[in-house]
Design a protein around this ligand. Structure first.
Ligand SMILES: Cc1cc2nc3c(=O)[nH]c(=O)nc-3n(C[C@H](O)[C@H](O)[C@H](O)COP(=O)(O)OP(=O)(O)OC[C@H]3O[C@@H](n4cnc5c(N)ncnc54)[C@H](O)[C@@H]3O)c2cc1C
Length: 366
């Protein structure tokens, strides 16, 4: 039986482990955290990701713990529509996106794996293209080594040396709140260099996210700043922020990766953010990690030469990194006349054009 060593027990690493085990591999997942866990936030998964989860045999479990994301469109800070999404067309053409808590997604992936496949509290220091992985618990050897260790991947160094992630000029907050009044709608609103979005989760809580332009590493940024920036925006944003708890607020600078020349070298393959970290503007980072997982498991099971994985995944994922960055540039415009022009231009785009623009992103079956 062939053996795979997977570095990283996030969404991408666990999904790849499931795919490889289904292909008959012995798997060892090395995760540096003390336990398999995700941050306290929501995640949207588009139909391409749901098809990947179906291929891994866990799609129905995921749907059962999620709710459909209606993708309503974009408003301005006063609540006036800038752009409406034709939800029915998107649903009919591509299938519905869903939203769920990240912890639920990770639980489902975790539960699909035999416990002996997971080694937590193990920090990888180096991976070599011959399949050697050196870590805090010793050395592991694999016929395949999967770098699923995120945007600051150690495994990536074996393939392309030091690559510095690029800060994109804006940071994101995420917080899950229990609103005083039930929220059934969802929405994303754009101001000047700032955005706020909210989506109900299946248990009545609401996943809120916000984005603002600022220098890299800007300190602070807790609940007080969120309320200062967004507390006067349209309903229900002020009341959602009133329900938020300081300890639940997450804030992260947003990065993407420059285009790597390859995702593979001999026995190593990179997946997910280690290969193609992208800004979250398209909501495709984890979706792409799930596509990677299915395709890598299939290719590696058929042929030890990983070139086909690189050929199938690199053009698509790098196209999405670029697309996501461009959307971010437009969404984070801050000069008042330019924002007014942007909003006027977006109001003129027919919903059918928007739906067509999603085709290259969503029309993909693993
Ligand atoms: C604000 C925000 C919102 C987002 N929203 C969405 C969304 O709605 N939809 C979507 O599809 N995507 C979204 N994304 C992107 C998505 O979160 C990522 O693309 C996805 O989590 C990447 O998964 P991964 O498994 O590749 O990497 P990670 O989630 O980064 O997992 C890497 C794992 O490797 C472990 N690790 C790292 N280094 C080592 C080491 N040396 N040794 C051992 N273990 C190690 C880490 O502890 C971690 O568990 C969002 C991202 C952000 C920042």
């Amino acid at each position: 039986m062939s053996k795979a060593v997977i570095v990283g027990g996030g969404i991408g690493g666990l999904a790849t482990a499931i795919g490889l085990i289904r292909g008959g591999w012995e798997v060892e997942v090395l995760e540096r955290a003390a336990r398999i866990a995700e941050v306290g936030a929501g995640i949207s998964l588009w139909s391409n990701a749901l098809r990947a989860l179906d291929a891994l045999g866990v799609g129905d479990q995921v749907r059962a713990r999620a709710i459909e994301d209606g993708a309503a469109g974009i408003r301005d800070s006063k609540g006036r529509w800038i752009s409406r999404v034709d939800t029915e067309t998107i649903r009919a053409r591509f299938g519905s996106p869903i939203v769920m808590h990240r912890a639920d997604l990770l639980d489902i992936l975790h539960a699909a794996l035999p416990e002996e496949a997971l080694r937590t509290g193990v920090s990888v220091r180096e991976a070599r293209t011959d399949g050697t992985v050196i870590h805090s618990g010793g050395t592991s050897m694999g016929d395949l080594v999967v770098g699923a260790d995120g945007v600051r991947s150690v495994v990536r160094r074996a393939i392309c040396g030091d690559i510095t992630p690029r800060y994109r000029g804006y940071s994101a907050w995420r917080v899950v709140v229990s609103p005083a009044q039930p929220i059934t709608e969802l929405g994303e609103s754009w101001g000047r260099g700032e955005r706020f979005g909210f989506v109900p989760l299946s248990d009545g809580r609401v996943y809120c996210f916000a984005v603002a332009n600022m220098p890299e590493g800007t300190p602070g940024g807790g609940l007080a700043e969120l309320r200062r920036r967004f507390g006067t925006w349209h309903d229900p944003i002020p009341s959602l922020l009133a329900s938020a708890e300081e300890s639940a607020v997450l804030k992260h600078d947003l990065y993407d990766l420059p285009a790597l020349k390859t995702y593979v070298a001999e026995r190593i393959a990179l997946i997910g953010d280690a290969a193609h970290a992208m800004t979250p503007n398209l909501g495709q980072g984890a979706c792409q990690a799930l596509e990677d997982a299915v395709i890598l498991a299939r290719v590696a099971t058929e042929d030890p030469d990983l070139t086909r994985y690189d050929q199938e995944r690199r053009p698509r994922t790098q196209m999405l990194v670029t697309r996501s960055r461009r959307i971010g540039t437009i969404a984070q415009l801050s000069s008042p006349p330019v924002v007014a022009l942007r909003n006027a231009a977006l109001r003129l785009i027919p919903a059918s054009v928007q739906a067509n623009s999603l085709a290259p992103v969503l029309d993909r079956t693993c």
